[in-house]
Design a binder for this molecule. Structure first.
Ligand SMILES: [Zn+2]
Length: 503
């Protein structure tokens, strides 16, 4: 009888504790979904309950170490509540970028973000956990002999089973996201950048390259490439525009594909630890202005490459593709302008959030041309038709975005060229697969476009003929590094001229 009473008390302790964790920490990762689809909501509820079951597992094991638990758990709880406040109110994404900001940001910046609501929330969290531990301290009888111990093992197993079933299903949510963000932050970057010793220079002047890095845009959904829907109405009317249909990358997610596209690393390079050279490092040496304007949160794998630019502007670095408050790409253009005042060479890189799932969040309402669109972040809740409609609407947005840049560049007296390349493609229901990071050819065939100004055309007739001749060739993303070095007329630097689309 006594044993049964203990078990009941134990269950009560852990149940209330999980409710507190839910209220102060985990629900924040769930409140920002569209609540329109019933099926989607049922799935998310199941997801939430499984997450709590796994958390119970870890907390129970932790509570076996009575003394450490008693002191550390409340501290962790309050710290996580403080982070959770920003996820509740700002839909902030917890990842390497946010962890870096928390660890490296100056105190005076931190003071700026502290509001009355924040203080209230944290005080409430402190009070709750303090009172809870005060009133229920006798209920906490964790022991390996308790049936709850067996349950906690199953809880921990749930974590690994769910993660195995769907990559990052739990890791992206509080409180796990904090742990994995910290882990990533302290991990060594997997791309090591080389310095260049050569006295690199250029014979070129007054050249402006605009490199637009797209996201999840597959080549065959552009009407320019023969897609049956008119997804590129503006670009189709632009002369001086060439589309390369057959670009190949084996890397189907950003963290892996960008470091390859922006360096001399070949898609065939097997040695992950070999040092590589950033495109911007070479151009800096040749006195190019290098400027990065980005709308994606930082990933450890390409952070150093971004910062090899001489100026870096990240417009919305604390919101990732996971966030419903993520800034739209047109905002990037507030920081983009052409400058005719001096004769220097320049490369501007615009890094888009592009067509990353959840598609509806990438565009404003007036770009919803194809309908019906998706209504839930849970893929299974939408029809194939709606998912593809929403995806194609992001291509309409891209068409508008690139057209705006081109129209600006037309006003420039510089030799201007725009190169657009998506980091990878997207799978849209082929073989029952969706989104990217998929082993399907649709994820490995990114869209790629080149536009050049009339001034550029006059100066590079031979190169433009080459572009036209090569547009139907099968090329790999290796082309980018060598093509840009080539068109910039970089001297005293060894590169693979045969890889250049201008050669
Ligand atoms: Zn990507």
């Amino acid at each position: 009888m006594d044993k049964f009473k203990h078990l009941k008390q134990e269950i009560k302790f852990h149940f209330i504790l999980q409710v507190l964790i839910a209220f102060f920490i985990t629900i924040a990762s769930y409140v920002h979904f569209p609540f329109k689809s019933l099926k989607g909501n049922v799935i998310y509820l199941a997801h939430f309950l499984l997450l709590h079951f796994s958390l119970f597992g870890f907390v129970y094991i932790f509570s076996l170490f009575n003394k450490i638990f008693k002191f550390t758990f409340p501290i962790l709880f309050v710290l996580l509540s403080a982070i959770s406040f920003w996820v509740y109110t700002q839909d902030l994404t917890i990842g390497v970028g946010t962890i870096q900001a928390i660890i490296e940001t100056n105190i005076d910046v931190a003071v700026d973000v502290i509001s009355f609501q924040f203080v209230f929330f944290v005080v409430l969290s402190i009070l709750s956990i303090f009172l809870f531990f005060k009133f229920y301290k006798k209920h906490r009888k964790a022991s390996v002999k308790s049936p709850l111990f067996i349950a906690s093992i199953f809880g921990i197993l749930t974590f690994f089973l769910v993660e195995n079933y769907k990559f990052d299903a739990f890791k992206n949510r509080l409180p796990y996201s904090v742990y994995f963000g910290i882990l990533k932050y302290f991990n060594k970057p997997n791309v090591k950048l080389k310095k260049i010793k050569e006295e690199v220079y250029t014979k070129e002047n007054n050249l402006h390259i605009v490199l637009v890095l797209g996201e999840s845009v597959r080549a065959d959904h552009l009407s320019l490439n023969g897609y049956y829907r008119n997804t590129t109405p503006f670009l189709s009317k632009q002369k001086n525009l060439i589309s390369f249909k057959k670009v190949y990358t084996p890397f189907t997610y950003t963290a892996k594909s960008l470091p390859q596209i922006l360096t001399d690393k070949s898609i065939r390079q097997k040695n992950e630890f070999k040092k590589v050279t950033s495109l911007y490092t070479v151009l800096n040496k040749a006195n190019f202005e290098t400027e990065w304007i980005g709308n994606q949160s930082l990933e450890k794998s390409y952070k150093d490459i971004i910062y090899s630019n001489s100026t870096v502007k990240l417009i919305d670095k604390f919101h990732s593709f996971l966030s419903f408050k993520k800034e739209k790409d047109l905002k990037l253009l507030d920081y983009f302008w052409v400058d005719n005042s001096h004769n220097t060479n320049k490369i501007t890189t615009l890094h888009m959030i592009g067509s990353h799932w959840y598609y509806n969040n990438r565009i404003s309402k007036n770009f919803e041309v194809f309908k019906p669109v998706v209504s839930s972040k849970y893929l299974g809740a939408s029809s194939k038709e709606a998912i593809i409609n929403s995806y194609d609407n992001t291509i309409i947005y891209l068409d508008n975005f690139l057209n705006k840049i081109i129209n600006q560049l037309k006003k420039s007296a510089q030799k201007s060229i725009l190169i657009y390349i998506s980091d990878h493609g997207e799978t849209l229901g082929e073989d029952g697969k969706w989104l990217h990071a998929q082993e399907h050819i649709a994820s490995k065939n990114p869209a790629m476009l080149v536009w050049f100004s009339d001034v550029f055309k006059e100066n590079y007739p031979k190169e433009i003929n080459q572009l036209k001749a090569k547009k139907n060739d099968s090329i790999s993303t290796d082309f980018l590094f060598h093509s840009i070095i080539d068109i910039c007329k970089i001297q005293n630097y060894n590169y693979l001229k045969e890889q250049s689309i201008f050669n």
